[in-house]
Design a protein around this ligand. Structure first.
Ligand code: HEM
Length: 452
């Protein structure tokens, strides 16, 4: 007999949308506490299966890509595939395998030293900009982090810059990704052919991004002087039959690297500064560690293994606020998970926020305690209890890049600046494609005594 997972009672047509809509993160956490680590809920006519335990996440993510599929259909794009097409995040099967083999080497740990110069340059540009501020001045820290990480990914992977049109570029990316995420979630979706204001804004922003990316491809082809970056690799790659990659596929990969490769790191850094502002003792410890280890010099990739407190702060931040908060899969055929039955085509959501704050796996799960990640601390009780970069074959391709970039920027910035909360301004997390501080993050920033 079929045994279905439990879940909250739902309304006809709307399902659980009313509870979910205002604060999806809180709704999913409350449901987990009430109904357990595998539960069902419904948004409109779409049913979802929510996974909140690492053991179940392991069964899904390492159980075989042919059993638990990425959800995007090439001929019926939905969610972020509306924007990213069939890039590395969304593609499946042989296409994914080929592209992963091609792109992965650019993000290998051994390549990180090649990128440190660009990361430090972007960090120093930000410091110079902040140096002129009045002490304790209010700063939109999340916008500054976005600008810095976008510059890093653009310079390292494509040898170009978007700083001269940053506002339009960032706003366009936000518009298209928000539209795609909402299109995926809402219960009553207007048909795509209806020219609603949101649809028109989406098409305008998509047009700008496409023009930019296709322009980048054209310029590089015309320049004819290879720089051996990721863009050159995409332009030169040939498949098993010796064919060049088509332009649409190159566009999908470029846009994927742009969007997957900067916002996640930017929101991570925003949460780092937000947590340190609220925990001054942790912030001073970071400052001391960086000053002692780096002395007067600039940080390098070789120093990073010595920055144990910095890494612990970063990992604890990623535990509390995993930027890619929900991983989605779909069952290819009927499955049994945790003793419950899932039909073929069931949508499975792996909730990293719930897993990484699971009360059975983490003591005082809601507290910021970087000590848990220091060398010698007791390891988490399951190997996937901490998995901000996912797990299995679809694990994040950019995890070394993100950790290196975040640690180098933390070292450069914490050396020179101190952060404090602004009275009356908090930072609640919200799911807006990534897990961001709601409405951005403003903090009081003060320069420390001058550091070269
Ligand atoms: C703190 C920063 C980052 C976090 C937390 C993060 C998180 C993740 C997670 C959880 C996944 C797995 C998604 C799934 O299983 O459905 C993923 C995949 C991916 N990430 Fe990241 N990411 C970060 C930074 C980056 C960077 C810097 C890049 C650089 C381009 C990147 C590119 C990708 C790509 C291309 C995939 C898809 C890999 C595949 O399916 O083969 N990410 N990321």
């Amino acid at each position: 007999m079929t045994k279905l997972p439990p879940g909250p009672p739902d309304l006809p047509l709307l399902g659980n949308y009313l509870d979910f809509r205002g604060d999806p993160l809180a709704a999913m956490q409350i449901w987990q506490r009430r109904y357990g680590d595998l539960l069902r809920f419904r948004l409109g006519l779409r049913r979802f299966h929510l996974v909140s335990h690492p053991q179940l996440a392991e069964a899904v993510l390492l159980g075989g890509q042919d059993r638990y599929l990425k959800t995007y259909e090439p001929d019926r794009p939905d969610g972020i595939a509306l924007v990213l097409g069939q890039g590395l995040v969304t593609s499946r099967g042989q296409l994914w395998q080929r592209q992963r083999r091609l792109i992965q080497p650019f993000f290998a740990r051994s390549r990180m030293a090649d990128y440190q110069g660009e990361i430090l340059a972007a960090g120093m540009a930000l410091c110079r900009c902040w140096q002129g501020l009045p002490p304790g001045g209010a700063v939109d820290v999340s916008a500054a982090m976005m600008r810095t990480t976008l510059e890093v990914i653009t310079r390292t992977m494509f040898h170009t810059s978007v700083l001269d049109r940053f506002d339009q570029f960032a706003a366009s990316l936000q518009t298209v990704l928000r539209y795609a995420a909402a299109a995926h979630r809402g219960p009553l979706r207007p048909p795509r052919w209806l020219p609603t204001p949101r649809r028109r804004a989406f098409l305008r922003a998509m047009g700008f991004l496409d023009d930019f990316v296709y322009g980048l491809i054209r310029e590089r082809r015309a320049a004819g002087s290879p720089t051996s970056d990721l863009l050159d690799q995409l332009l030169a790659a040939r498949d098993d039959e010796g064919r060049l990659m088509d332009e649409r596929q190159i566009r999908d990969e470029i846009l994927t690297v742009f969007s997957a490769g900067h916002e996640t790191t930017a929101v991570t850094l925003s949460w780092v500064w937000q947590l340190l502002a609220r925990h001054p003792e942790a912030q001073e410890r970071l400052h001391r560690e960086v000053a002692e280890i780096l002395d007067e010099g600039a940080p390098s990739v070789a120093d990073l293994s010595k920055l144990t407190w910095a890494r612990a702060v970063l990992e604890e931040t990623l535990r509390l606020y995993p930027p890619a908060v929900v991983l989605q899969r779909k069952t290819a055929a009927a499955e049994r998970l945790a003793g419950f039955d899932l039909p073929a085509g069931a949508r499975v959501l792996i909730n990293l926020f719930n897993i990484q704050r699971h009360p059975e796996l983490w003591p005082e799960p809601e507290d910021f305690r970087p000590e848990r990640f220091l060398p010698g601390a007791e390891p988490p009780r399951h190997r996937l209890a901490f998995m901000p970069f996912g797990a299995g074959p679809r694990v994040c391709v950019g995890s070394s890049f993100a950790m290196t970039e975040a640690l180098l920027l933390m070292a450069v910035i914490s050396r020179r600046f101190r952060f404090a909360p602004l009275p009356g301004i908090g930072a609640e997390p919200e799911i807006e494609v990534t897990l961001r501080p709601k409405g951005g993050l403003r903090l009081a920033v003060s320069a420390r005594s001058s550091v070269p």
